[in-house]
Design a protein around this ligand. Sequence first.
Ligand code: NAD
Length: 522
Amino acid sequence: NAQAEGLSTTATSYPTTHDKIENPEDTHWFIDNQFVKSSTDKFIDLHDPATNNLVTRVPQNTPEELKAAVASAEKAYEGWRNTSVLHRQAIMFKFVGLIRENWDRLAASITLEQGKTFADARGDVLRGLQVAEAACGAPELLKGEVLEVAKDMETRTYREPLGVVAAICPFNFPAMIPLWCIPIATVTGNTLILKPSERDPGAAMILAELVQKAGFPPGVVNIIHGAHDTVNFILDEPAIKAISFVGGNKAGEYIFSRGSANGKRVQANLGAKNHAAVLPDCNKNQFLNAVVGAAFGAAGQRCMALSTLVMIGETKEWLPDLAERAKGLSVNGGFEAGADLGPVITPHSKQRIESLIASAEEEGAKILLDGRGFAPEKYPNGNWIAPTIITDVTPSMRCYREEIFGPVLVCLNVDTLDEAIDLINANEYGNGVAVFTRSGPTAETFRRRIEAGQVGINVPIPVPLPMFSFTGNKKSIAGGGVSTFYGKPGVNFYTQLKTVTSMWASTDAISKKADVAMPTHG
Ligand code: NAD
């Protein structure tokens, strides 16, 4: 039995250096609480972005394996949905504790496979862990409502799980995004099939190990791998009732429409072009630190990266200070002490980012700080781009219209707050935005008029904590933002409301004639 080969209950351990791994192990898939070697002959090579050394090969699961994952999740569903919410809560508490214990191991896998610095990778884990912590409040979150609607009659609501649900994850937050899904999908009584990004599934595999150790029954969380074939399987498999997607617009719009056409619930968080508007009355030093951190941290590979700066009035004179501060960042292997940002994910991504920088030059913008051609001495073969600042940008340029997803800040100039708001609102994306000012009325005008889902007032990356929800807008979220991740809307997404109206009459009916008019309870 090919599947039995390589069975284990422990994910691979991760080194905390970028040294070449001798005989890298293939990534396993996870079914029924066991790690299984895939019988496929199709693999996707995964390289350390700092060195381009091979880290692992990620299988494209075979059609039989994909079907087996669904059968396992279907089998687990009946038992799991019938466990008490307190039992599920107890498992979630255990899961939370295990994530804390394995925090550094999770972060190391992220630094190795994704490239972000170890400190940043720890933040990636923490932002997911906080969702798991919030999911421990399930008994409160799942409470229904009840109303006595008439004498002897009441209506009550129940939140019921959907069944088997699936998650399709991006490469840029290998722990946080799986943890947007695993805790809420499962604590509400669903079973989950998760497909991590084929570019960095390591953190998800460690989470799978913790799922097993926390006491989730076999099949409640299964992990499958691959690219398009696996996604298409998820989209078309009738047993899968809902899909959570986070990633770019190309994949996300396709997944939203095909998944929805197949009758599934789909939530999809997509790409971004986040603007910061800066006013001359702001705290300049705080602004400079905030924008440099939020534009270049994680090498700009965050959906909430502040990638576009709208400089109002004389703030354009601060550009040299901005460049100076950006130049001071250390670009290095993520395990190196003092590294501020690591490499970008793949050589292809580096090439795409460099071509967007070149297009800006061709279209008449200026490259104030050019990060092309840089490589740290110790890591000559990585996918490096140092912080880059492009100025004199106009909205028609490619570097403004497209999501760059790299350590590149594009800067535009306007004269007034109104012009800044109009410019930002004309952009197709609406994920996050920030305004820097010391004026309350200015901030309030901005807050009311701006068309973005997440607004920071002197806060550069306003990602809401899990007691709120991640609220994109416009092209940054599919389906008009009806369904958002985590918080109460996350619980809504993973549950179906059932309303039950019952009558327990205290006296027997007297009339012998049926009442055929629409009941109104009036
Ligand atoms: P991506 O869209 O390339 O990949 C995401 C997932 O979709 C992966 O699992 C991948 O295997 C799959 N996929 C990719 N192309 C596909 C296709 N053509 N058909 C079917 N499946 C496909 O995204 P990425 O590069 O991994 O992540 C970066 C993107 O994610 C950026 O655009 C970023 O803004 C976005 N993102 C958004 C949020 C948010 O909450 N709005 C959060 C994180 C990342």
